[in-house]
Design a protein around this ligand. Sequence first.
Ligand code: ADP
Ligand code: MG
Length: 531
Amino acid sequence: MENLKFEEMNLSDELVRAVRDMGFEEATPIQSQAISIIMEGRDIIGQSQTGTGKTAAFGLPCLEMLDPDDKGLQALILCPTRELAIQVSEEFRKFLKYKENIKVLPIYGGQPIDRQIAALKKGVQVIIGTPGRVMDHMRRHTLKMGTVKYVVLDEADEMLDMGFRDDIEAIMLKIPEERQTVMFSATMSQDILDLSKRYMNDPEYIKVTRKELTVPSIEQVYFDVKEKTKLDALCRVIDMYGPKLSIVFCNTKKRVDEVVEQLQGRGYFAEALHGDLKQPQRDKVMQKFRNGTIEILVATDVAARGIDVDDVDIVFNYDVPQDDEYYVHRIGRTGRAGKSGKAFTFVVGKEIYKLRDIMRYTKTKIVQQKLPTLSDIEEIKTANFLENVKDVIDEGGLGKYVDIITNMVNDEDVAATDIAAALLKISLSDLISTDMDDINLGGTEIYGDSGDDTVRLFINAGKKNKIRAKDIVGAFAGEAGIPGNVIGHIDIYDDYTFVDVPAEYAKDIMVAMKNNRIKNKKVNIEIAKKK
Ligand code: ADP
Ligand code: MG
């Protein structure tokens, strides 16, 4: 079953907004399955591992079903420990951000009982408590169960392990039978089933298990990097391998935006894919990725789910994924349809432990590799270029050029090898020099933001002229002699392009580009009007 969006679950707008504020992009599997069944009023037993979001799975429907006008106690959540009771009640308070008319109170041992009694007297609709302390209040008649309609046994396996069975039974017997009873547990046992038989009404059993993981046979490598130089490392690896299509995974939306901006600032063709994009925007990004207009897609895990592109050469884990399963999902984006793929993970400091976890979980070996050096990159680019030269020779039809060179050899008295070497040097400096500049920089402050000392230039050429950010950085750096790394944001449209540059360079660029071309096109550059 697909994970649902919270908007799709008949929850009130107040709860959906609160959950969005908490940063939940979509419901987890146990939430997707449990919430609608609970809202139908059915008893359920939900089983899934720790950390899978069971609190919201019972909490959201509970808060949805309560009657805010009824000030009596309506819901009782039993938790094994004081920590869990506090945690659950904090999560409930966050859910109630926009629903202020519901009172929730945690009660647990260790807190003065007088204070709890005073709080209870003010009227509470939801109690989240440990069985021992709840029993205590029942005995004192400070807690009356006669109005309770919704009961949750959270972490039931733990409560039984801790010897709360008698307390739980005593409490259940005091609660009217026409209640709804919901039980959540990470594991199942005969004891739990017995308990459910006795106190639940024909419960639906929901189990979410970890899928068996099949890791595709692709090359998996990690690089040990510093946070500050991660972007440099990424750029180097991209330059080294020259992937046609790659996906860079980050753990948060904010991070995605940062990485995209920095990559674009360095002249790479990158765009973001994350949950803030509306469907039409997403479709557009994906279409550009498929047709190669974008070479690098920077994405969050959730946004990238369901991406269906067969030719992804490399998957980068810019951040080590938080969840083992995410790792498998991520790298599964490459090496599809029988093609070979690579998965590269950047590891900072202690994150290596997380990566070891992932290796254990996926039963694969991810080997460490040294970052390519600048001379590695030069070497590979030279080799690729020479490959290209050979292809052009094989293609033939060079007569006109052979004549030019022959003339030069005869007239200028230079050797053909020297001419070839000079041409190689010129070509390689185009390929390498701007990248080299960039690579020596730290990951931040590459572009001068849009403060007053930044000027936006308008260029009367764009995508239709096959201009890419790289070409602009190359031209500005090569012809106008400005450092490639100070060039800021580049926005390329069909017929024109905007480039942010530091004000001090604007004039030089405009003058230099009067006599030069970008991608063989004569262009006109002027200062753009303010946005
Ligand atoms: P469990 O009870 O299954 O161990 P919790 O309910 O304590 O899990 O949730 C674990 C963490 O996951 C909490 O920090 C919670 O806020 C977060 N969480 C829950 N649901 C989601 C969701 N849909 N998206 C993102 N984070 C979630
Ligand atoms: Mg829990």
